[in-house]
Design a protein around this ligand. Structure first.
Ligand SMILES: Nc1ncnc2c1ncn2[C@@H]1O[C@H](COP(=O)(O)OP(=O)(O)OP(=O)(O)O)[C@@H](O)[C@H]1O
Ligand SMILES: Cc1cn([C@H]2C[C@H](O)[C@@H](COP(=O)(O)O)O2)c(=O)[nH]c1=O
Length: 191
């Protein structure tokens, strides 16, 4: 079973994946971008925000995704796979910043993923106040430097992206205590 934890930067995705790993020690935990060797290089490129073209940035994320599906997801589909982000992030970020037609966005993601998508998406939803607090506590990368208003737009876009890809989205209040969020994910995983 392949599931993804989604949410804007600082929503608590990696915290939850670490907690879930304790409940599913045999699970494959992974991430986008950067879940493969080549993906680590792509991740450095995109997060340094050096690309001048948003389309080039989008295509780099897609290349990372295609490699991730081939190298990590496809060979482990018989196991529990918990991924920090997925194609949903790809579509959500692109919807906000690109002039790509939504049909093309879905087509390009279908192409990169060979239509292998997570069975369930858990969206960790943050409030503006909590997002701004968490951002103030860390060194920001090139995408986080776009600011909280931008990230809150992405949060809405994640819902739209899941709908466009036809995926099941479960929303969770990311301001709750860490253990309560983990319990909520666990209670929804097998339903
Ligand atoms: N439920 C929570 N309540 C309070 N703080 C939290 C909670 N979950 C995570 N945090 C804290 O918020 C910060 C960001 O968490 P984390 O790194 O897990 O987010 P993320 O979604 O993986 O972020 P990014 O996308 O930027 O990598 C960390 O300092 C973490 O300890
Ligand atoms: C998959 C994907 C990600 N992004 C953005 C979202 C984040 O700002 C970074 C990844 O950083 P994280 O620490 O791993 O959360 O990249 C994007 O713009 N497009 C994508 O397809």
């Amino acid at each position: 079973m392949y599931i993804a934890i989604e949410g804007i930067d600082t929503a608590g995705k990696s915290t939850q994946i670490a907690a879930l790993k304790k409940h599913f020690p045999q699970a494959v935990t992974t991430k986008e971008p950067g879940g493969t060797e080549i993906g680590k290089e792509i991740r450095e490129m995109v997060l340094s925000a050096k690309t001048k073209s948003k389309r080039a940035e989008f295509l780099l994320f897609l290349a990372d995704r295609a490699e991730h599906i081939k190298e990590v997801i496809e060979p482990n589909l018989h196991k529990v796979i918990i991924s920090d982000r997925s194609a949903v992030s790809g579509v959500a970020y692109a919807l906000i910043q690109e002039d790509i037609d939504t049909k093309d966005l879905v087509y390009l993601n279908d192409f990169a993923t060979k239509k292998i998508y997570p069975k369930k998406i858990f969206l960790l939803r943050l409030t503006k106040e909590e997002l701004e607090f968490r951002l103030s506590q860390k060194e920001l990368d090139g995408i986080e430097l776009r600011g909280s208003e931008y990230l809150l737009q992405i949060q809405e876009s994640i819902k739209k992206a899941s709908e466009l890809l036809g995926l099941t989205l479960i929303e969770i209040d990311a301001t709750k205590p860490i253990n309560e969020i983990t319990e909520e994910i666990l209670s929804n995983i097998n339903n």
